[in-house]
Design a protein around this ligand. Structure first.
Ligand SMILES: [Zn+2]
Length: 289
């Protein structure tokens, strides 16, 4: 175990080295350098790289433990994703990546990084994936993949510790995002791949739990059409049979089941997603760092 953990620090340092010119200190915005097992800035703000390869690049170095987004939730999410329920999404994202050939992809709201890991395996070229998420338990798991060029960082999606116009492509999969921050981070010809739920997403589980239908799909679609140039849109809808194991993973990965002990009896699940390939309008306002 010890050896594996030590290696994770070394892999993290190797990946941080690759992005050393685009990182900055989240407290004072000065450049960061790697020193021993830390990232430090010229004002001596010090961000430790843990044995799991995780660095908290956040103003608040001692983040509270999240009661909902726990290690258990992310482990079940990882297991569920690995069963193939999102294969069509992964294939499509990989196809877009292969078309645009970015060097660095930033996943905003990466959680445990499993989507990135699977997509990276399908990409034709070696790409550096940076996953950023506030949930430390998720990022600790994401760094299980840091020997595959996927680096997880704990950070604030509203204050990403990366420089203006440093990123070729942003992924944003089923997670809220800060549009101004995305514009700041993207290079001028950068691309966003944004994945949002369709109304039918996980509908069997919603019905079993008496949770009302997800009805935000049209509002989000309108917002996207207003704010971005839509280069492509793909709709993915597929219903899968669930066995006992996959049902258990599903129930334990979703905040919908928070405070619900009993696993509902459902035997199928619908994965329904809108995948948008976007560019930002040039006149969109954002805050420079
Ligand atoms: Zn600093």
């Amino acid at each position: 175990m010890e050896t594996t953990n030590l290696k994770k620090i070394e892999y993290a340092k190797k990946l941080f080295k690759q992005i050393s010119t685009i990182m900055y200190c989240p407290i004072c915005n000065k450049d960061l350098v790697i020193y021993k097992n830390s990232l430090i800035c010229s004002n001596n703000h010090n961000f430790n790289i843990s044995r799991k390869g995780t660095t908290i690049l956040h103003k608040n170095l001692k983040l509270k433990n999240d009661r909902i987004y726990t290690q258990n939730l992310f482990l079940n999410r990882r297991n569920f994703i690995k069963l193939g329920f999102y294969d069509e999404l992964h294939n499509y994202v990989a196809k877009i990546i292969n078309e645009y050939n970015p060097q660095i992809i930033l996943d905003m709201g990466s959680g445990d990084g499993t989507h990135d890991f699977i997509i990276s395996k399908k990409a034709l070229n070696k790409i550096l994936f940076i996953g950023i998420d506030l949930a430390k338990d998720g990022i600790d798991l994401a760094n299980d993949y840091n020997n595959s060029n996927c680096l997880g960082i704990v950070g604030d999606l509203n204050n990403v510790p990366l420089k203006d116009h440093s990123i070729d492509m942003i992924l944003n999969i089923l997670s809220p995002s800060n549009e101004s921050e995305m514009k700041r981070l993207l290079k001028s010809n950068g691309i966003i791949i944004k994945v949002t739920p369709k109304q039918e997403y996980l509908k069997e589980l919603r019905e079993a739990l008496n949770i009302k239908n997800y009805d935000n799909e049209n509002v989000i679609a309108q917002n996207i059409n207003d704010k971005y140039v839509v280069l492509a849109k793909k709709e993915i809808t597929r219903t899968f049979i669930l066995d006992e194991q996959s049902l258990s993973y599903l129930c334990k990965m979703t905040p919908m089941m928070n405070n619900i002990e009993e696993i509902p009896k459902i035997n199928s699940i619908t994965i329904a997603l809108n995948v948008y390939v976007l560019k930002i309008h040039n006149d969109m306002i954002y805050v420079k760092k």
